[in-house]
Each structure stands twice: as C-alpha cells, then as structure tokens.
Design a binder for this molecule. Sequence first.
Ligand code: SAH
Length: 229
Amino acid sequence: MLLTFFYLASAMRKLEDTYRHKGLRKKLVDSLRDKGITDENVLEALNNIPRHYFLDTALDNIAYEDRAFPITDGQTISQPYTVAYQTQLLQVKANEKILEIGTGSIYQATVLAELGAKVFTIERQKNLFEKTKQYIFKSKYPNLKFFYGDGFEGLPTFAPFDKVIITAAAPFIPPKLIAQLKPGGMMIIPLESGGHQRMLRLTKNEKEGYTEESFSNFSFVPMLSGRNG
Ligand code: SAH
C-alpha cells in the first residue's frame, strides 16, 4: 500500500512541469541564445518542451543543464545546444516533411513537431522503438510518426522529403537519403572526420548533385547499419 503510494507519487512527479522546471528551462534557453543560437522559433520550441520528461527521473534535477545524457541501450539524448544548432540549420517551416535518423529519446523529433513539421523518425534499436509506443505527447503531436528501421535506407514509401536530419555520427553521406530529398531540399549531417564530426548542410541541386556548407565540430554516437533487436 505504502509502496504503491510512493510509486504513484514518483510517477506523478515525473509528469509534473513545475515552476522550478520552467525557470530552469528559461535559463537554459537564455544560455543557448548567449552561445549563438539566434532563431527565436527554435528557442521558443525548446522553451515549450519539458526536457525532463525525456530523461530518467533520477536525472530530473540536472535535466536543464546543457549536457548530453545517457538514455537506455547505450544511447544518448543530445545536448540542448546541439539540438538547437541542428534545428536552426534545418530552417524548419510548418508542414514540411522531415525525416529524422535516430529517434533516441524523441526529444529532437518533438522539437521538430513543435515547429509544425510533419516528422518521420527512424530508430534502429528495437527497445527504443518499442518505447515510442508510450510517447506521452502522442495526442499533442499527431504530426510525428515513428518507424523501426535502418536510417541508411531512409523511408522510400514516404519520400520525397523537404528536409533530412541525421542525429548520429555518419561515416559517409548516405546516397539513399540524398535520393529521397526533394530538389532544393536540405540535409543536416554530422559527418565523421577524424574522431569528431563536422556538421554539414547539404542542399540538393535542382538538376543533379548537392552543394555543401560546413559548420562546427560535434560529438555523436555512431550511425550503425542494419536493425538491432
Ligand atoms: N535524436 C535523438 C538522439 C539520439 S542518439 C534524441 O533527441 O534523443 C542517436 C540515435 O541514433 C540512437 O538512438 C541510435 O540507436 C540511433 N541510430 C544509430 N544508427 C542508426 C541508423 N542507421 N538508423 C536509425 N537510427 C540509428
């Protein structure tokens, strides 16, 4: 009885977005602005999403530090700065079709959904994909769809996409993902380059090929081929 009470109390605590959480989140967003994120729509989206819902309750107190954290299955929830940086480069507009590789904690996908995009996100780890079935914002974001598969293959059935965002360290530029982009479409990809990853923005040309812009270095978990589980 008492145990049930504590269990329920802790489960409810997790789903509470207190003034304290909101205050810490506002501070985090201000710090991202200080670090050079300028897109106010992106900052507002981060301010609207309770990041602590995406983490283990044990991390509740530090959920609003600008850090990556472990989730299950040896994977990570990206650092807020990285999420903001990639999202800003993607120049998201409402109703765009966006393919995300690496669902992980669903935090990045939620940011894209909050910005009004139609989000298709793929995860290769069965356990993480299974968890998406309990996604707490399912009814808030009917524009977010989950897929179990290998991101190198993309989602040919739903192509073409306006944008593609890869949230794991890519060993090379996946040709099938370029093929699934609309002409004029963009891909944000952290490309492996000697122990870290260089953030690239590729814009698909109207006729053939793509143009490449290069940004800062980041550190991601590896993009692996095939499904796991
Ligand atoms: N966007 C996530 C980041 C998670 S870390 C978030 O906001 O939390 C990267 C994720 O990419 C991991 O969950 C990993 O399992 C997944 N991943 C790695 N290679 C993949 C592939 N080929 N296809 C799909 N997902 C992949």
